[in-house]
Design a protein around this ligand. Structure first.
Ligand code: COA
Length: 258
């Protein structure tokens, strides 16, 4: 598949997707979001892929929704085409892990797209912001919800109400990003992380992802019950027998992803 706004590279069991609209700082236009949906379908369907990495360029992960494209949009246009919902949210339903590797600007929809991923690894030059308030709109791809869950009410409220930028260190301290690495090492580091995850049993990785996400959707009791049932289910996997046998036999496990 050829993409106009994305670069896709498959390295081993990792699918690396780079947003690629450099002249517009990866502003998220409809064409790009349609392609992202297709690319995620492709990687999700590929048995050989165990983890997905989403990145931008060294200067910008993405500087937000494409303002050129939506400036003239009216309410009925947005409502009828189901703006955002219809082609931004494929990441949400992705069952394989998706890591965001963020350098430079992650503003507006860029910050929201990164937050849709399972976790963010940030370059030390990364900047996060929800500047929609300055444009006369509000975050509409999950910013008010995911940012609040990630960094708490006080900081999310301040960031969304002022549009100010948060640097990588502040984002790490606030819990928005998993780790900060030197910008020059971002892709290497994020790839090594994705590669490591992709070596583990894919069904187990998918179960872990589902369980952690359940923590946001349910009470502690319900979440614990869900985790316990998944845990029991993992004993039905060939990979569980292999993983534990390998430990006992003092050798490396070779997972078959079933
Ligand atoms: N939508 C459409 N185009 C965008 C864009 C966006 N969200 N963000 C940047 N661009 C375009 C600029 O219009 C410019 O295009 P041009 O060269 O054809 O004029 C190009 O990308 C480079 O951006 P520029 O503003 O010249 O770069 P900069 O380094 O001076 O500033 C930013 C970078 C990110 C601070 C600035 O581009 C910006 O504030 N962007 C909008 C961020 C935003 O509000 N996002 C939320 C959208 S809902």
């Amino acid at each position: 598949m050829n993409y106009n706004y994305l670069q896709l590279e498959i390295r081993g069991r990792v699918g690396m997707l780079a947003l690629h609209r450099p002249q517009k700082l990866n502003a998220l236009c409809d064409g790009m979001m349609d392609e992202l949906t297709l690319a995620l379908d492709q990687l999700e369907a590929d048995e050989g892929i165990g983890c997905i990495l989403l990145t931008g360029s060294a200067r910008a992960f993405a500087a937000g929704a494409d303002i050129d494209q939506i400036q003239s949009q009216g309410y009925m246009d947005a409502y009828k085409k189901d703006f955002v919902t219809h082609n931004w949210e494929r990441i949400r339903s992705c069952r394989k892990p998706v890591i965001a590797a963020v350098a430079g600007y992650a503003f507006g929809g860029g910050c929201e797209l990164a937050m849709m991923c399972d976790f963010i690894i940030a370059a030390d030059n990364a900047q996060f912001a929800q500047p929609e308030v300055m444009l006369g709109v509000l975050p509409g791809a999950g910013g008010t919800q995911r940012l609040t869950r990630a960094v708490g009410k006080a900081k999310a409220m301040e960031l969304c109400l002022t549009g100010r930028r948060m640097d990588a260190r502040e984002a790490e301290a606030a819990g928005l990003v998993a780790r900060v690495v030197p910008a020059a090492l971002l892709l290497e580091d994020a790839f090594a992380t994705a590669e490591k995850i992709a070596t583990f049993s894919l069904p187990v990785v998918m179960m872990i992802k589902e369980c952690v996400n359940r923590a946001f959707e349910s009470s502690l009791n319900e979440g614990l019950l869900f985790e316990r049932r998944m845990f029991h289910a993992s004993f039905g996997l060939e990979d569980q027998k292999e993983g534990m046998s390998a430990f006992l036999e003092k050798r490396s496990a070779v997972f078959k992803h079933r």
